[in-house]
Unconditional design. Sequence first.
Length: 141
Amino acid sequence: MHSTNWVTTPTTQSNVSSADDIVAGLQFAKQHNVRLVVNNTGHDYAGSSTDKGALALWTHNLQGHEVIQNYESSNYTGPAVKLAAGTQGYQAMEYMRAVGYRMVGGECPTVGIAGGHTLLNSKHGMAADSLIEWEVVTPQG
């Protein structure tokens, strides 16, 4: 028997392809008092990337990567990689391997860049634990 009582599919999804799309989604959710969820792949055991009645901002199409050889901040100096929000873990690892670097990331190919579990979590943490900087989009842009 199939019950729809536990369906958590967002009512509306926005296929985000730019920061402007994110701003529009944030403003819409605020103006209409709609719960907002953000997801790259939707792979989330806790279900926080889905919610019945919510507006989902799907960031999967925000793609891109770049190695910054001489990154500098108050906490770190050295090579770093900039990955777009829609990058999946396997894409990031393939890119890093191609340019001669390694990274920690989830074992499952459907996991985004910041999450996922690996056999090396106990030693190196998750990808999100290695972040040195965020580029964040706010409702103001």
